[in-house]
Design a binder for this molecule. Structure first.
Ligand SMILES: Nc1ncnc2c1ncn2[C@@H]1O[C@H](COP(=O)(O)OP(=O)(O)OP(=O)(O)O)[C@@H](O)[C@H]1O
Length: 233
């Protein structure tokens, strides 16, 4: 088997609530798992098990107390748990994408530009990036009249589709997805299932939270049960 794209080993994290007399909330202890090219893996377990927290640790938004999160970046390996902020920014720009549940809206920027932006950041010319953004928004059934508008006033499902298009338009070898279909109707869920399938066939490794069991069964090769990582004392 090829080298893993993501290798997490011995991750532990306890939240300490300093404004609550230092209350301690252990969330994971000794979490270890790997992801290989072309596979989609779901983080599973009941509400509060630590799925979102684990995803945020892998992306580098939450610090870990112990353990390593090694991500393959071309010929290099970057340990997200120890990487300098600049290295993390570079890793996120080209290697590790994140499709959050909600769109972070940028004032006055049109939906089309929001979606094309990652391609432009990769150096793709606007003449190529914009048609690709239009095609993806079209596949996701976002009405054409909305494309030139900033998404701030869009419905939840419309914003989520803009967010998915932005997260999937460029190639990133590792994709983290937090409930990508939460606000979508059945037809659009199916489009997202197809888009994820295409990413897998392109060799992308996907780690995500998929509460919708139909979507999970359609796209995921296995489930990592977060409860098996136990909780720190
Ligand atoms: N920033 C934070 N500060 C303090 N505690 C937190 C923080 N984020 C998460 N927690 C706690 O960590 C535990 C795990 O939360 P997390 O959101 O990771 O669970 P989850 O499995 O994703 O749940 P759900 O399926 O309900 O979204 C919860 O008890 C939560 O209260």
């Amino acid at each position: 088997m090829s080298e893993p794209i993501l290798q997490a080993s011995g991750l532990s994290k306890t939240f300490v609530l300093h404004l609550r007399e230092g209350a301690r909330l252990p969330v994971v202890s000794g979490a270890s798992f790997e992801l290989h090219a072309g596979e989609c893996v779901a983080l599973g377990g009941p509400s509060g098990a630590g799925k979102s927290s684990l995803l945020k640790m892998v992306y580098g938004n939450y610090r870990v107390d112990a353990g390593a999160i090694r991500v393959r970046d071309g010929d290099e390996q970057v340990d997200v748990a120890r990487a300098a902020p600049r290295r993390l920014i570079r890793l996120r720009a080209h290697t590790m994408g994140y499709v959050s549940q909600f769109l972070r809206v940028i004032p006055r920027v049109s939906a089309l530009d929001v979606v094309a932006d990652p391609l432009l950041g990769d150096g793709v010319a606007p003449e190529e990036a914009l048609p690709r953004a239009r095609a993806l928004l079209g596949r996701l059934n976002l009405p054409e009249r909305l494309w030139p508008l900033p998404p701030a006033t869009f419905s939840g499902g419309e914003q989520q589709r803009v967010n998915i298009a932005r997260g999937l338009i460029a190639h990133r070898p590792l994709l983290l997805m937090d409930e990508p279909t939460a606000s979508l109707d059945a037809a659009n869920r199916q489009v997202v299932v197809e888009l994820i399938g295409e990413k897998k066939r392109a060799g992308v490794a996907i780690l995500g939270i998929f509460h919708d069991s139909e979507v999970r069964e359609a796209v995921c090769d296995r489930v990592i049960d977060v409860t098996t990582f136990g909780q720190a004392a």
